[in-house]
Structure formats: C-alpha cells, structure tokens
Design a protein around this ligand. Structure first.
Ligand code: MN
Length: 197
C-alpha cells in the first residue's frame, strides 16, 4: 500500500464506474525509474486508468511485441503525475511522462479487456496509430497477467493512397530519391508499407 502522507502521488480511488459512454479517453505512458526501469502504460476507461508495466520502451514499429504486465487500475488523476516517489515507498524512483494523448477503442473495450484482446488507436506525441494488447495464456502458478503490446497495421486503406502509389510507380521523378528505408520518412510511411508488402 502507498502511504499518501509520504509520497506525492495522487491518492484518489481507482474504482471504475459501471456504464459510462465509451469514447475518447486519455492515455499516458510514464517512464518509471524504479528498481527496474519500465514504462507504465495507462488507458482511461470508466474514470480509472487501466495499467500495464512495460519493461522495454514501447515501439512504433509494426509487429514488434512488448511484454506488458497488467498492474492495478490507477486513479484518473494519476495520469498527471510525474516526480519522485520517495525511498521506502512502493515504486520508489523517478516518474516522467514519456508520452500522453488520447486513445480510442476499436470495438467494445470492456469486452476486449475481458477477452484479452484490446484494440485501440493512440494519438500521442510518440505513439500514434493502431495498437493491440493481447493477453497471453498464463504459465505457471504466478498470478501475473502477461500481455503483449503491439503496434498494428491499420485495417483500412484509404483509396487516395492507393492512387498515389500508382502514380509514384509509373512516373517516378528522377530528381527525387526514395528513402532508403521504408520508414525513414514518416510522411511516406503508409505508401512505403504498401509498396513493400
Ligand atoms: Mn511503475
């Protein structure tokens, strides 16, 4: 238990309400230099923050898996927290906001959470686009819930990008070199991915 007289962390309760409308909520990733550095990945749902501890930095590369260990829900106000959790307190160490923004579930997030298959879109500074959290089958006796956080290719391909690809294929401009790596130029990412797939 946290001693809220001794830590600057917000002390609100993390009780999720029953039937709040689903829409856009806040997401935050807190870089937490505790005994082991990790990234606390949190999604607001029904007034609380669903939480996972991700040992390695979340990746924007499609298909790269990041272990995400489910942790207790945190109060909504915790999304604002950064600073020092004092020595002797649970999770002692520095907390920085690594990314934040909004998330939008794809489908019913409560059902997704239950089934261990939660799809969503992120709109942050570092993390953007379609992601999925998948619960792995638990191994051994541990109560720990292991999930994987993975960036996914978005399902929809807008028609205009298809025609752009065609134009680029048939009439390349000699003066403009293509980026050497498909992801070198983010603005070109969707087109590049289509070309290489
Ligand atoms: Mn943490």
């Amino acid at each position: 238990m946290r001693d809220f007289g001794a830590t600057p962390e917000p002390s609100g309760t993390a009780r999720r309400g029953g039937s709040k409308a689903t829409g856009t909520g806040v997401f935050v990733v807190q870089k937490h230099a505790a005994t082991r550095l990790h990234y606390d990945f949190r999604l607001e749902l029904d007034g609380a923050l669903l939480s996972w501890a991700v040992p390695r930095e979340p990746s924007m590369s499609i298909g790269v898996r990041r272990l995400a260990v489910r942790t207790e829900d945190h109060p909504r106000e915790y999304a604002e927290f950064h600073g020092e959790i004092p020595e002797g307190q649970y999770g002692a160490g520095n907390v920085q906001i690594w990314d934040r923004g909004t998330w939008r579930p794809v489908g019913d997030p409560r059902e997704g959470l239950e089934k261990g298959h939660l799809k969503f879109e992120l709109e942050g500074d570092r993390l953007r686009g379609r992601f999925i959290l998948i619960r792995m089958k638990s191994r051994g006796a541990g109560r720990q819930e292991n999930w994987l956080l993975i960036r996914e290719r978005a399902g929809e391909v807008a028609a205009p990008s298809v025609s752009r690809v065609r134009v680029q294929r048939t009439s390349p401009r000699p003066s403009r070199k293509q980026p050497s790596r498909p992801d070198a130029d983010r603005s070109n990412e969707r087109v590049s991915r289509r070309r290489t797939s």
